[in-house]
Design a protein around this ligand. Sequence first.
Ligand code: UN1
Length: 512
Amino acid sequence: MTISMDFLDKLGIRGDMDAVHTGTKSSGSRKHGVFESYSPVDGKLIGKIYKASKSDYDAVVKTSQQAFVEWRKIPAPQRGEIVRQIGNKLREYKEPLGKLVSYEMGKSLQEGLGEVQEMIDIADFAVGLARQLYGLTMHSERPSHRMYEQWHPLGVVGIISAFNFPVAVWSWNSLIAMVCGDVSIWKPSEKTPLSAVACFHIIKDVLAANKVPEGTLAMIVGDVAEVGEPMLADDRVPLVSATGSCRMGKRVAEVVGKRLGRSLLELGGNNAIILTENANLQLAAPGVVFGAVGTCGQRCTTTRRLIVHSSIYDKVKEMLLKAFGGLRIGSPLDEKNHVGPLIDKDAVKMMQAALMAAKDQGGKVIFGGEILDGFESGCYVRPAIVEAKNSMAVVQEETFAPILYLLKYDGSVEDAIKVQNDVKQGLSSSIFTDSLRQAEAFLAASGSDCGIANVNIGTSGAEIGGAFGGEKETGGGRESGSDSWKAYMRRQTNTINYSTHLPLAQGIKFDI
Ligand code: UN1
């Protein structure tokens, strides 16, 4: 299939691009080398972007700090109006941006478009939110006193995002931060920098037309040493919101914690679906297969473990072998295909290593796992199914690849929940059952220990309206919908005395 590259022109992705974007302007020192972005789809070079230096980073923080002084004074509903216009621009550019995400990251076009839709949805959500940054009022214990709380913006928010959702996770963070009155500096993954640049090209006119201060939304592409680490250690950045591996998150928590800054962490998952003896398998099949192979197994919500009751195990195994056998693997821009490539050859190697480890540890690869020939990029693999035990070291880890571990359980739903919870991560989880008792047991305090727990739908593909994130090694952060906005603001408690006396709280007497 020949792919039309029109979308690159529409997004202004051409030439060697600047590392720093502050809204309407781009800059950067151009002396620190370049990142080359190769497509995992066909192995071709899509474009180059200069790497920022530490001094570029310092300059962008200064610009954003100045922007904050102005931006926090704009009434929140007016900030929301600008986010509304950004949402409309994203609607206009949904197709080219979806294509670029698909081409640069390798996810299917449907999922690339879905990712841009998440951006549009969060923009719509943020517009309403701009009028709902509610605080509580309290009754004071003292006469003629009033107490209430209000939410103020924090300042410069650092955003670190991963290659697998190269644009949506930024929007969850930056658009919510924007209506909250914060400014943000985004460090996108160096594996998908062009999708990030494209976002800035798309929103540029809106920022210019509304005279949004330069640096309110900023983006900087650079190495960990020049940009990432300085951001973590930077007192000028009160909040760092980071999405990625548990290893990276531990580093963020350590460095940001040391200066008593805030971090919002959304890290690895080891997500499971439980199929009880009461599961509707017709319903479960697409949920499990999409969960396992969507984005080629590279979502943090990907279904990695399937915990199946022994009475239906053979039936489920047969069903999966048939479904995986029918998967069409190939260019993600060709909508006929279900599965595209992994992000790069390192990811392919990691998948192979995990499959070797699974075999060594007593697992049995019953389907797939091989690297597919005939693709220039060398990044296409056949999704694998492995019969395994939950206690195997490799099953306990998150391998960012399409490997579905098939685990058998006997006994009650409580036994299955125990297996589901018996990992270090706690992002997403699901149960398929037609039994109300089993479903409620799964959702109870003694049920799933994850941040997301679903009934009769899969582990991936969360809507933006809920709070997104998980427990344990997933990091505990919540972003996107619900009241996640509170993470981007500081709460202030105000007590106002309108009496002519100064009574002290707790009835303390202090006469002078
Ligand atoms: C991620 O993989 O970091 O729930 C985000 C989902 C998507 C977001 C995933 N809405 O699968």
